[in-house]
Design a protein around this ligand. Structure first.
Ligand code: ADP
Length: 465
């Protein structure tokens, strides 16, 4: 059974059940109240009759209906003498010889009974008549239950019709509302199946309903998951393609050199050197990849301590002097004393990568300026160069792994760059609670800025309890 049918059945049965229960209670209350009213009428009439009763010469009761005592039309009276049998019967039942209710033994006290005479149900009150301690007869007063039964029948019809109508309405309402919700889910399921079948993660599930309702939220969450999956899938595809591409070049060089060595039958220094440098390159790339994998997943252990950024910058400049040689002028701009909490080696790695890139991409005679300072309670490390700049179309992607701007790909003859340095830097800064940004203008130069939370002293670097 479909969910919609199940819900419709469940809710309409629930509504029907509750209404039936209420109906039953109301039916019982009304029946009891109507019978009570009839019993009251019978008791009142009996009281009036007993008051107008007298004994005849043989000591049997006789009813003397006073002129002002008017019996209601549906009230029947019988007067029974203990020894003489039926003494009086009201006009409408004068033909009746039987007692209105069984009178096998004369009752010792008043008794109400429901009996049936012919086709009519009667409520009968039997009242004992006694003289002193002696029981001399009984008075029976009956009233037809036709009105009660008619009322009960009408009530039953109304209740059953009401229950059925309510069940029908509840079923309709539930069916309509669930249809609206489930049709969206059904559509979502179909699109999800199509996505799986067509292997097309770029598709999204449309939703026409209110975006904030439960279904809207579900579909939005599902679409977000699809988006994330698409990104991951694309990243993985790109990653495999990039790694494959990056591995192929050094492996081809190594294989070529090995073939050469084999043909020559002896080891020549140039071929061995080339093999060695390619193996080094591969080793570096694998090291970078492993580092990126652990830094991306946040699993790289960070040895957090107080770090003096200004001292670190001097070390970095010292280390990159050889790379710059006389080709590029590297100089210090404004340098403040700045403290941050972080892993010294990893922060140095970030600075080295930025300064080395600046030197690497700036043509001979260009300038690279390095600064350290504070801005808005943040430590700021900046590297600006007068290099070729990064084209606007590449700018949003340069922190992605293996991304290299088109010019760098063709120009990078030194064979050193894999396009992993900035990705690693990005994640290291990110895990230090900071951020890294870049401004660049083609033909004029590039400026990278790293922002990190400032620290006052050693106490700031304690891990939170
Ligand atoms: P690579 O090993 O290729 O330098 P990075 O991740 O460090 O890898 O840099 C990614 C790309 O960003 C580079 O290939 C280059 O295109 C661009 N880039 C980085 N720094 C600069 C810079 N200072 N000037 C121009 N382009 C840069």
């Amino acid at each position: 059974m479909s969910l919609r049918a199940r819900l419709t059945f469940l809710y309409s049965s629930l509504v029907g059940g509750i209404l039936l229960l209420f109906g039953f209670v109301i039916y019982q209350l009304v029946s009891v109240s109507l019978i009570d009213q009839i019993d009251e009428l019978l008791a009142r009439t009996a009281g009036d009759l007993v008051a107008s009763m007298r004994l005849n010469a043989v000591g049997e009761p006789d009813v003397d209906l006073a002129p002002d005592l008017e019996l209601a039309t549906n009230v029947y009276v019988q007067l029974w003498g203990r020894n003489t049998g039926l003494r009086f019967a009201s006009a409408s039942i004068s033909h009746l010889r039987e007692p209105l209710a069984p009178l096998d033994q004369f009752p010792a006290e008043s008794v109400y009974r429901t009996t049936r005479i012919g086709e009519t149900n009667l409520r009968v009150l039997s009242v004992p008549l006694s003289l002193g301690n002696r029981l001399v007869g009984a008075l029976q007063i009956g009233a037809s239950l036709a009105i009660v039964e008619a009322t009960q029948r009408t009530l039953l019809t109304v209740l059953i019709a009401g229950v059925l109508a309510s069940m029908g309405l509840a079923a309709l309402a539930v069916s309509l509302t669930t249809y609206q919700a489930l049709v969206s889910l059904e559509r979502a399921t179909n699109v999800a199946l199509q996505i799986t079948r067509a292997d097309d993660l770029s598709r999204r599930i449309p939703y026409q309903g209110h975006p904030e309702d439960e279904i809207g939220q579900l579909i939005r969450a599902f679409n977000r998951t699809l988006g994330r999956l698409e990104d991951l899938f694309n990243a993985q595809r790109r990653f495999v393609a990039d790694v494959g591409h990056e591995l192929r070049t050094p492996l081809t060089v190594i294989k070529g050199n090995v073939n050469l060595l084999r043909r020559m039958g002896c080891a020549d220094d140039e071929s061995l050197g080339s093999i060695e440098s390619e193996v080094d390159r591969l080793t570096r790339m694998i090291g970078d990849l492993l580092l990126l994998a652990s830094v991306e997943s946040g699993k790289l252990p960070l040895n957090i301590q107080l770090v003096e950024m200004d001292t670190l910058v001097l070390e970095v400049l010292q280390q990159t002097r050889v790379l710059a040689a006389d080709r590029v002028h590297v100089r210090l701009g404004d340098v403040d004393q700045v403290l941050v909490c972080g892993d010294r080696d990893r922060l140095k790695q970030v600075m080295l990568n930025l300064v080395e890139n600046a030197i690497k991409y700036t043509p001979a005679g260009g300038d690279v300026v390095v600064e350290v300072g504070k801005t808005d309670a943040q430590a700021r490390f900046a590297v600006a160069d007068t290099g070729p700049g990064i084209p606007p179309k590449d700018l949003p992607h340069i922190f992605e792994r293996f991304y290299r701007a088109e010019k760098s790909r063709t120009r990078s003859k030194d064979g050193k760059g894999f396009g992993l340095g900035l990705s690693i830097a990005y994640w290291i800064v990110h895990h230090h609670g900071g951020q890294i940004d870049v401004e660049s203008e083609e033909g004029k130069g590039t400026k990278f800025c790293v922002w990190l939370p400032l620290a006052e002293g050693e106490g700031d670097c304690q891990p939170e309890a």
